[in-house]
Design a protein around this ligand. Sequence first.
Ligand SMILES: *[C@@H]1O[C@H](CO)[C@@H](O)[C@H](O)[C@H]1NC(C)=O
Ligand SMILES: *[C@@H]1O[C@H](CO)[C@@H](O)[C@H](O)[C@H]1NC(C)=O
Length: 201
Amino acid sequence: MFKPNFLSLLCLSLSTPLIASEYTNLPNVPPGVFEVSTRTEISTTLSAAWHTLIDFPNYAAWNPFVRTSIVTSANNITLPDQRPAEGKYLFMRVQIPPLPLPVNEKTLDNPAHTQFAYERIAHVQPELGRLAWVYLPEDALTAQRWQAVSDIGNGTVLYEAREVFSGPLAALLQAAMEKGLQESFDGQGEGLKLWLEGGAK
Ligand SMILES: *[C@@H]1O[C@H](CO)[C@@H](O)[C@H](O)[C@H]1NC(C)=O
Ligand SMILES: *[C@@H]1O[C@H](CO)[C@@H](O)[C@H](O)[C@H]1NC(C)=O
């Protein structure tokens, strides 16, 4: 009797690192019709992860989901400064589902999986390691995408992304694209990890 109890207590205490997987740096947002999300732990520095995420001109080198992300004005004019800033806009060319990894700047799109999106940059919070943009137009379908990086110790950075979809068209989008979107979110996390841990170089 004593031994099994002791063992299960031991197992409980060994499993405490699992608590780390419940930590999140994503803000609470109201639930929508559906959401897709991903999280992955990367051996890197917070600074390297953050700078990779805001370096849009280099996305094609590692990102199997977002192949182009161009910072624009409200009327889609490419801005000279390509750093994300609140109130600026994004034109994106994406792959849903994602390209197979690894990718580089020469990897060709799968034309059947290519989509375009226009977004407004809602939050750029370097001190919190958070970025957010919202899908345009904002009437029939709204989508808010947050990404976050955080230092979880021992040279490990947690990358998280979540997009919440709502509005009258969200259920249609869910039926058509939830699986592909989920794969694309996971793909971006895996691509970021591969790039930052040196596997893609
Ligand atoms: C927005 O800009 C991108 C990149 O310059 C371009 O490919 C796209 O066709 C533009 N969209 C519209 C509606 O003009
Ligand atoms: C960090 O690594 C050390 C040595 O490997 C270990 O003892 C410690 O528990 C780790 N801390 C975390 C937060 O993982």
